[in-house]
Design a protein around this ligand. Structure first.
Ligand code: SAM
Ligand code: SF4
Length: 348
């Protein structure tokens, strides 16, 4: 009989930063602003939408700004990205951006949006201080788009992408999740992105759909996608934007963007996971800290704030939540189990 190894829990080092037991530091904050959405992408939401969060439970403008500001000032967060659900469903989005900018002049502010109705708001968002945008678009085929998102809104999204470029956001990144039905059209999507001057990045589908239909066998892998793209384009590996960036870049030979070679990105979240370099921390729309997409562990920092705590106290609770971050998602492993919340409910 062997004696089981007794592990002494490592004490958390004395640092204000969001460190975890695996040596990573959370620098990139994603904030979900709402569970509401104008689309119903099959790999994300159920047909009827997510269960509504009571208005009183959702973070207010003041609370979002306070939590982002303390994350930046006390915890060393270096970028914030507003997401959801669909962040454009919040009428106070421009105010959230403007007040975050006023409180944190040096903090890059980014948005992930489905682009529906963006054309009417992107000018004001840039004026308020928005620095970067990622727009999600999986196909430029109107029928396929309507089937995948359960809404016929492709023209609005295309106008939104163009408006983002015209508003001066640079680069405008377009995120696509390749699915079986849309895979043959991936070269058309790349052709469109090159013509619009936007950076296209494909992201492998993760088991975070509300309908629980994801399957490892059915999902489109990064390799399959590259095989389809290279049937029309010559691609040369171009490394990563920086060593911790999740996207592997490929130069699209013979195409340029703003005078430089054009690139397409591939994020192999499932088949080549980058958990070891993860620098994310997340806030759900109800103000809970979630340090990993795939862990159900959530810590209610909004509750602490609403109970009257000072920023320093809220920050300490957040540090504790991050210290317990798990090693990685483990998709494909025997111990893997799907998280309870779907992507739209966590904030992608
Ligand atoms: N509604 C906004 C949008 O679609 O951009 C923001 C929220 S959405 C949850 C953020 C990102 O998550 C989108 O780019 C979407 O494609 C991605 N996403 C949603 N479900 C996913 C899944 N099961 N696997 C991989 N990415 C997913
Ligand atoms: Fe809505 Fe974005 Fe989820 Fe699509 S991916 S259903 S647009 S939250």
């Amino acid at each position: 009989m062997t004696t089981p190894e007794i592990r002494t829990p490592r004490p958390r080092p004395d640092t204000p930063l969001l460190v975890d037991t695996f040596g990573r530091t959370g620098r990139d904050l994603r904030v979900s602003l709402t569970e509401k959405c104008s689309l119903r992408c099959t790999y994300c939401m159920p047909e009827e939408g997510l269960t509504p969060i009571p208005d009183a439970a959702r973070m207010t403008t003041d609370e979002v700004v306070r939590l982002v500001t303390l994350a930046h000032r006390e915890l060393g967060v270096r970028e914030v990205r507003f997401t959801g659900g669909e962040p454009l469903m919040r009428q106070d989005l421009e105010r959230i951006v403007a007040r975050t900018r006023a409180a944190c002049p040096d903090l890059p502010i980014a948005l992930t949006s489905n682009g529906v109705g963006l054309e009417h708001r992107v000018g004001a968002l840039v004026e308020a201080g928005l620095d970067r945008i990622n727009i999600s678009l999986d196909t430029v085929n109107r029928l396929e788009f309507a089937e995948l998102t359960r809404r016929d809104r492709l023209p609005s999204v295309l106008r939104g992408v163009r408006a983002a470029v015209e508003a001066g956001l640079d680069p405008v990144k377009v995120n696509a999740v390749p699915m079986r039905a849309t895979l043959p059209g991936a070269p058309d999507l790349l052709e469109w992105a090159l013509a619009e001057g936007v950076q296209l990045r494909f992201i492998e589908e993760m088991p975070l759909d509300a309908d629980n239909t994801w399957s490892r066998v059915e999902m489109v892998t990064a390799q399959e996608l590259l095989d389809v793209l290279t049937s029309r384009f010559a691609l040369v590996p171009a490394g990563r934007e920086d060593p911790s960036a999740p996207a592997e870049l490929w130069e699209v030979v013979g195409h340029s963007a703003a005078g430089a070679p054009a690139h397409v990105g591939v994020i192999a979240t499932v088949t080549r996971n980058f958990c070891a370099a993860c620098d994310r921390t997340r806030l759900t729309a109800e103000g809970t800290v979630r340090s990993c997409l795939f862990s159900d562990d959530e810590t209610d920092v909004l509750g602490v704030l609403r109970a009257g705590a000072e920023d320093a106290e809220v920050a300490e609770v957040w540090r504790g939540a991050m210290w317990g971050k798990q090693a990685g998602h483990g998709i494909g492993g025997t111990a893997f189990h799907r998280p309870r919340r779907s992507m739209g409910a966590i904030g992608g």
